[in-house]
Design a protein around this ligand. Structure first.
Ligand code: MN
Length: 505
């Protein structure tokens, strides 16, 4: 094996970014959530039986003619506008010719020199609140390929496989591909910028309603180009393209790895090979795919079976006017509405808690209470379990109900945390957990006074001090009462009752 395949001696990351300037280029494919495919009426839905969501068009049968999905065009325009792009007055589809079993027509219908949207930008917010602007070169429409499934090879790869199956359900699913201009100037934060960019797009797709944008289903896939140069004023270095990186964390790790690997090659006086690379989630490395030249000959030519797309200016303006509030603007609005400080809001965003808090507030909790739960107890639980907040088995509605029980005096904060445990353990809604575990606050004076009398009798010295007007040691009595009621008394109420009791004589 060569250093190319193993990246055997990686340069330490900090050292690499001190001596080299990383430049990124990111291509993001998003599957549009239309009911039917890009060029025919075949339904598209995730997880269907293989080869059931197909028509002669998606199979590329002779004589089958495509027709453009108008909703897909509208979604592409929405994306273009949200990315501050210019929407083409007229644009065409093109055939990108290549032979591969998952493309039954032997060409992908895509856009080449006439993308529907071009020349835009998006501001990406980093974890510390700083903003980095990413310039967009183009966003174009195309169709997805089918899926090859290799049987018998290691990790589903073709290498070593006994045979392969093809599922054409995905063939023809509408895609928009968004291509950045070279992203320079990120320096040592390049991996973070890459991750934040893909996450910003994912959030935007959801807000725009154009895709469920579920990374784990491959709705959003990123190809990450990385190159190094000795200094920011040097010409761009040779890049590699790591394909189909499909989690935010993997995007960050892949960039980081490529920086360390390429720095090692350059240090050794070797050349970086311009190639595609595979990302390996298990060990956090990349390995060579195919050699790729800039002028890879796809023999692009205009698609003769489709007329140009000519979106009227009126239509584009209608779409622009109907664009929903985008995530960054929404975050700013919510922070003001909720009265969160900048740092608080940033923590909420970084924790992925914004939607959860919004729903909890909608369920009746105050913004402060919603933040307390999601960023406190629940954030700790998620960390312990190593899952995302939204993966916890508890809903905003349940948190709203729990807080209601605190507000109406049924639960103290301490009891509420026990109820929370019960909900997380699958014991049902908060009210059910309260009933099943018998956790409600003891609000009857009877049992409380009984416990107070017992505590005063058990600690006569303290009782005497309190009777003498020294309330200092009252905590000891309250503690005993809390213990006797298994924590189900409201401490403030107990204190009142103790004082009452001793003054009564
Ligand atoms: Mn593409």
């Amino acid at each position: 094996m060569t250093a190319q395949t193993t990246g055997s001696t990686l340069v330490d990351y900090d050292d690499a970014v001190r001596r080299y300037d990383p430049v990124l280029g990111i291509e993001v494919h998003v599957e549009l959530g239309t009911r039917t495919k890009m060029f025919d009426g075949a339904p598209q839905s995730f997880g269907a039986e293989p080869n059931t969501q197909i028509t002669p068009v998606s199979l590329g049968l002779p004589g089958a003619l495509p027709a453009v999905n108008g909703t897909a065009v509208e979604y592409a325009i929405r994306i273009g506008l949200a990315l501050n792009c210019t929407i083409a007055a007229s644009c065409r589809f093109a055939r990108k010719n290549y032979f591969y079993p998952d493309v039954p027509k032997n060409f992908q219908t895509s856009q080449y020199d006439e993308p529907i949207a071009a020349e835009g930008w998006v501001d990406v917010e980093l974890a510390d609140g700083t903003t980095f602007r990413v310039e967009i070169e183009r966003a174009h429409m195309e169709e997805d390929a089918g899926k090859n499934v290799h049987i018998g090879g290691e990790g589903g790869r073709i290498h070593g496989a006994e045979y392969s199956l093809v599922d054409y359900n995905r063939a023809g699913v509408p895609l928009v591909e968004i291509v950045t201009k070279p992203i320079a100037g990120a320096g040592d934060r390049a991996p973070e910028v890459a991750r934040a960019y893909v996450q910003t797009l994912r959030d935007m797709f959801r807000a725009l309603g154009v895709s469920e944008a579920r990374m784990e289903r491959g709705n959003v896939r990123a190809d990450v180009n990385v190159s190094l140069r000795p200094s920011p004023d040097a010409p761009l270095g040779t890049r590699t393209e790591t394909k189909n990186v499909n989690s935010f964390r993997a995007v960050e790790r892949a960039v980081r790895y490529e920086i360390c690997r390429q720095a090692a090659l350059l240090d050794a006086g070797q050349a970086v090979v311009q190639e595609t690379r595979h990302w390996h989630e298990d060990n956090g490395t990349t390995s060579p795919g195919r050699i790729k030249s800039d002028a890879e000959d796809y023999r692009y030519f205009p698609e003769p079976d489709l007329v140009p797309i000519v979106p009227s200016r009126e239509w584009v303006e209608q779409i622009r006017a109907a664009l929903p509030e985008l995530p960054a603007a929404r975050r700013r609005r919510l922070a003001t509405e909720w009265g969160y400080a900048d740092a608080e809001m940033r923590d909420v965003v970084n924790a992925g808690a914004i939607e959860l808090i919004a729903s909890t507030v909608a369920a009746g909790a105050t913004p402060a209470a919603a933040r307390k739960w999601w960023m406190g107890e629940l954030a700790r639980t998620a960390k312990d379990r190593e899952v995302e907040l939204e993966a916890l088995p508890i809903t905003p509605t349940q948190i709203g109900a729990l807080q209601q029980l605190v507000d109406d005096g049924t639960l103290t904060d301490k009891l509420a945390r026990q109820v929370l445990e019960g909900v997380l353990a699958g014991e049902g809604d908060p009210a059910q957990v309260v009933a099943a575990r018998g956790l409600a606050v003891v609000s009857d004076n009877g049992p409380l006074l009984e416990a107070i009398d017992a505590a005063l009798a058990a600690q006569p010295d303290i009782a005497a001090k309190i009777r003498g007007g020294n309330l200092g040691p009252v905590g000891a009595i309250i503690g005993a009462v809390m213990k006797a009621t298994r924590g189900q008394a409201d401490a403030a109420r107990v204190r009142e009752l103790v004082v009452q009791r001793v003054t009564e004589g």
